[in-house]
Design a protein around this ligand. Structure first.
Ligand SMILES: C[S@@+](CC[C@H](N)C(=O)[O-])C[C@H]1O[C@@H](n2cnc3c(N)ncnc32)[C@H](O)[C@@H]1O
Length: 216
């Protein structure tokens, strides 16, 4: 981010609902203990996830790519009374932090962490009908996730995918940026936009957030 983008994001944070204390603690501990704390969805994006969840009152949320639990906790904020978030993470070294952060939130009984390869796990649980799916895991396999996730979606369910602008590299996916991740994200964006069953909006927030709703 250039200085003006950083200043604008800071302004957005100061003029959005404050981060809950358990989320602030998750951010602090992630910075202290883990590499790449920038992977956290963060304050502004977290408030948007919470807002979607509050509007949808989901019974089931799939959070794909837990990292240290930030997005799972934001998405849990709007759950229906008996609702739950299943959050998928393949890196077992994150387990202790994830469990600690979730336990410190009000959603300890509503967030179920699963430590497995998400694509494999989803393939074995294709009968699930999530109301919200947040895709934020291995970018190179976004195109492989899509058919599986589409088959799980019901009318009005939402798919939210992070990093779909990939630092702007998608603009040059056909020329300078031929790396696997850029190619996969560009392919995913094209596949998503071509789905007639979906209403799709690529929001240029931070690294790009694709938001799709299954039509009735
Ligand atoms: C960008 S971080 C997720 C950030 C998190 N959603 C948040 O808001 O804080 C991506 C995470 O996906 C995990 N991941 C990558 N590939 C995965 C896979 N195939 N299955 C499950 N988790 C995966 C990584 O280990 C990493 O923790």
């Amino acid at each position: 981010m250039n200085p003006q983008e950083e200043a604008l994001l800071d302004y957005c944070e100061r003029h959005s609902t404050a981060e809950h204390e358990w989320l602030q603690m998750c951010v602090r501990k992630t910075h202290l203990k883990h590499l790449n704390p920038r992977m956290l969805s963060g304050h502004v994006q977290g408030r948007l996830l919470s807002l979607f969840s509050g509007l949808m009152k989901p019974n089931l949320v799939l959070d794909i790519g837990t990292f240290t639990g930030y997005s799972a906790m934001c998405l849990a904020e709007g759950l229906a009374p008996q609702g739950k978030v299943i959050t998928l993470e393949e890196d077992v070294e994150l387990e202790r932090s994830i469990r600690e952060h979730i336990a410190a939130s009000p959603f300890a009984d509503q967030i179920e962490p699963v430590f497995e390869d998400a694509l494999l796990w989803l393939g074995n649980h294709a009968q699930l009908q999530p109301d919200i799916i947040y895709l934020d895991a291995d970018k190179s396999r976004y195109p492989q996730y899509l058919p599986l996730l589409l088959s799980m979606m019901r009318p009005n369910s939402m798919l939210i995918a992070d990093n779909t602008l990939w630092s702007g590299k998608v603009l040059d996916a056909g020329t300078t940026h031929k790396d696997t991740d850029t190619q996969a994200i560009d392919q995913f964006n094209k596949m998503l936009a071509a789905q007639e069953q979906l209403e799709v909006f690529l929001l240029p927030l931070r690294d790009g957030l694709s938001i799709a709703r299954k039509k009735n």
